[in-house]
Design a binder for this molecule. Structure first.
Ligand code: OAD
Length: 253
């Protein structure tokens, strides 16, 4: 690290110590050091090997439910086997030391922030470990449908109406959960300082939160080993990884 980079990191540390409302927006890079692949990294990203339209859209699921379900079963297994890394733990420790000061907003569908101890993370893109019906259940308010779980290679389905179970993630073309989006926007608007960790900034509306926070007066710092699409929305860029940089930034104070 150069002397300038060292000084900038120390300045960011003291900004964090002074911040009363710290918001951290995380993307797939946050969990990369836990062994969960990102989406857009050139060689290792999921979208360099798989077609997002086929595997992460309602149309793709309806066209081939077994294929999409199998892909999510494998990804769920990867998430269950992964452990929070030093970056997740540093955030959870900071929140414990400073109750009410930190808001974590994540685009990640894994549960590593939660398992590290930060249970009130705002989840913009859903939860890969949870299920939901593909179509609204016609029995809403009535007795629950019987679900058939045991057809090998197929997603679970309703014995009566055939409705399929899908993972509770936000697919391309779908809206974000409104309560989570509202909470994220409010946090961004009220932040003194926003750290943007491990996101390419390619997916909206999450990508717009940094610019919103900055317009509302926050200092915005990006933590990412590589350039992102929203580098221009930041006051400061730290070229490093989540597990390497967050424990340093959040250590004292
Ligand atoms: P991307 O895969 O688009 O970007 C990952 C970012 O993490 C890149 O900018 C990398 O440079 C950076 N990165 C890689 N390793 C890192 C590390 N160890 N520490 C810090 N940063 C690192 O992931 P997202 O921006 O999260 O949607 O993608 C946004 C959304 O697109 C995802 O939430 C997902 C996807 O389609 C859903 O799942 C709904």
């Amino acid at each position: 690290m150069s002397l300038t980079e060292h000084i900038e990191l120390e300045e960011l540390q003291s900004r964090i110590h002074r911040a009363r409302r710290l918001v951290v927006l995380t993307g797939a890079g946050m969990s990369a050091e836990s062994g969960i692949p990102t989406f857009r990294d050139a060689m290792t990203g999921l979208w360099s090997r798989f077609d997002p339209a086929a595997l992460a859209s309602e149309e793709g699921f309806r066209a081939d439910p077994a294929r999409v379900w199998a892909w999510y079963v494998e990804r769920r297994e990867g998430v269950r086997q992964a452990e929070p890394n030093a970056g997740h733990r540093a955030l959870a420790d900071y929140a414990r030391r400073h109750p009410g000061r930190l808001t974590v907003i994540t685009q990640n569908v894994d549960d590593l922030h939660q398992r590290a101890g930060h249970t009130d993370t705002i989840r913009l893109h859903g939860d890969i470990l949870a299920d939901q019906w593909l179509d609204p259940c016609p029995r809403r308010g009535g007795p629950p449908c019987e679900t058939e779980w045991a057809r090998p290679g197929q997603p679970p389905h309703c014995n009566e109406c055939g409705n399929l179970v899908r993972p509770a993630v936000v697919w391309f073309g779908e809206n974000l959960p409104l309560a989570a989006l509202n909470a994220a926007e409010a946090a961004a608007m009220g932040a003194d300082l926003m750290l943007v960790v491990g996101t390419s900034g390619a997916v909206w509306p999450a990508a717009g939160l940094a610019a919103r926070a900055r317009r509302a007066g926050a200092w915005v710092a990006i933590v990412n080993p590589h350039p992102s699409e929203i580098d221009g929305d930041a006051d400061q860029i730290v070229r490093g990884t989540a597990a390497g940089v967050l424990p340093v930034l959040l250590a004292a104070g």
